[in-house]
Design a protein around this ligand. Structure first.
Ligand SMILES: *Cc1c(COP(=O)(O)O)cnc(C)c1O
Length: 402
């Protein structure tokens, strides 16, 4: 069989829907189209039953009780509801929130918004492995601290934070712990009870489900977490998130969660082997580096930098045949280096010259072979025509030249 191009290796940005998820969703667009809030007839009952079943499937994936799951339009909305909802509800206790500089924009921008309206935010740094320092976290806690928001695993590097140790600290000081687990759920075992998490966000489209649907876990007891709703109207989802439920999407999220539970262990093992092969082979290129902890990392992700290669040229070298993300975000005028990689101590140039490989359920060995070959050729080719590379090869220490 010939290889289909382009190869998709950007599964941390989004995943394709599993065919089995699509099949589970389809009847809920047509035959079973009822409004889950219509309590007076069978169309509504059938929709409600489907939503209840999906709620069980999602709860099971993270060790929660079904009534602790609030369906949302995705992780961004779930993050907003969690952080703003806690901020409003616990205003009597204080206005202090602790988070980290490498969080997803959903968390960073929500905290920045609250900061403008009077919240005090502690932005924890990370070490070169991408992890926060536990003693710095504990030292930041004050009697006014209402929330610690630390992601489970990072979307750019795959680095996993020490969530259980973080939760021990949060518990000891009576502070709620919220974790953006959007990259972790369905990929590695996550359990809100053993992990000690009070609020957790997840999204269907990062785990082979549809876009535009996600969930917020809200701990129901010890402690019972309360939130101020951020969307009013109708009192759906136990008053926490009003709006007619996206029944097909929720059914898809439920099915995606069930499939992840069944296939997570196998997928993780298979993808880690492929990822390790890709990483080991590309690291044979001179002056190439892994970004972030390799001991505490998602099984399907790796982030590599190639020194003395220009980021934009690197991407242009293969972006018609390989879909993956680079360490730079294209803004209108410039290539902004990744704030996650910069926080880990990378220079702007090295951050721009980095690539995030996000393997997924449908990635094949043949695709990985192609990616290894293409990236190797691109890096070698760019360096062969690069004066900076030539200087490096001539033994000139470029780091000391301003
Ligand atoms: C994708 C992602 C989000 C946002 O999820 P949406 O469902 O697309 O809104 C939040 N956090 C992390 C870590 C993510 O990877």
């Amino acid at each position: 069989m010939t290889l289909q191009l382009p190869v998709y290796l950007d599964n941390n940005a989004t995943t394709p829907c599993d065919q089995r998820v699509v099949a589970a969703m389809l009847p809920y667009f047509t035959e079973v189209f009822g409004n889950a809030a219509s309590r007076s007839h069978p169309f509504g009952w059938a929709a409600e039953e489907a939503v209840d079943y999906a709620r069980e499937q999602v709860a099971r994936l993270i060790g929660a009780a079904p009534r602790e799951i609030v369906f949302t339009s995705g992780a961004t909305e779930a993050v907003n509801l969690a952080i703003k909802g806690v901020y409003d509800m616990y205003a009597g206790k204080g206005h202090h929130i602790i988070t980290a500089v490498t969080e997803h924009k959903a968390v960073l921008d929500t905290c920045k918004r609250l900061e403008k309206s009077g919240a005090s935010i502690t932005w924890l740094p990370v070490d070169k492995e991408g992890q926060i320092d536990l003693s710095a976290l504990e030292a930041a806690i004050t009697p006014q601290t209402i929330l610690i928001s630390i992601m489970y695993a990072n979307n750019e590097t795959g680095v996993i934070q020490p969530i259980r140790a973080i939760s021990d600290i949060a518990r000891k000081h009576g502070v709620l712990l919220m974790s953006d687990a959007t990259q972790a759920t369905g990929k590695i075992p996550v359990d809100v009870n053993t992990d000690g998490i009070d609020l957790l966000t997840l999204s269907a489209h990062k785990m082979y489900g549809p876009k535009g649907v996600g969930a917020l876990y809200v701990r129901g007891r010890s402690p019972r977490v309360k939130l101020t709703a951020q969307i009013d109207g109708g009192g759906h989802e136990r008053g926490m998130r009003s709006g007619t439920l996206n029944v097909p999407g929720i059914v898809g999220l439920g099915k995606a969660a069930e499939l992840c539970m069944e296939e997570m262990a196998n997928d993780a093992q298979r993808l880690a082997l492929m990822r390790d092969r890709l990483q080991a082979t590309l690291l044979q290129l001179e002056q190439s580096y892994v970004n972030g902890s390799t001991a505490h990392r998602l099984p399907h992700t790796c982030n590599l930098s190639f020194k003395y290669v220009e980021g934009e040229a690197l991407m242009m070298g293969f972006n018609k045949t390989i879909a993956l993300s680079t360490g730079s975000a294209c803004t209108s005028a410039s290539m902004e280096p990744s704030y996650v990689l910069k926080a880990m101590g990378l220079t702007d140039d090295l951050a721009r010259a980095s690539l995030r490989f996000g393997l997924g359920r449908f990635t094949t060995d043949e695709q990985v072979d192609y990616v290894i070959r293409t990236i190797t050729d691109t890096v070698n080719q760019l360096r062969s025509s690069s004066p900076i590379w030539e200087m490096y090869k001539d033994g000139i220490d470029l780091d000391t030249i301003a």
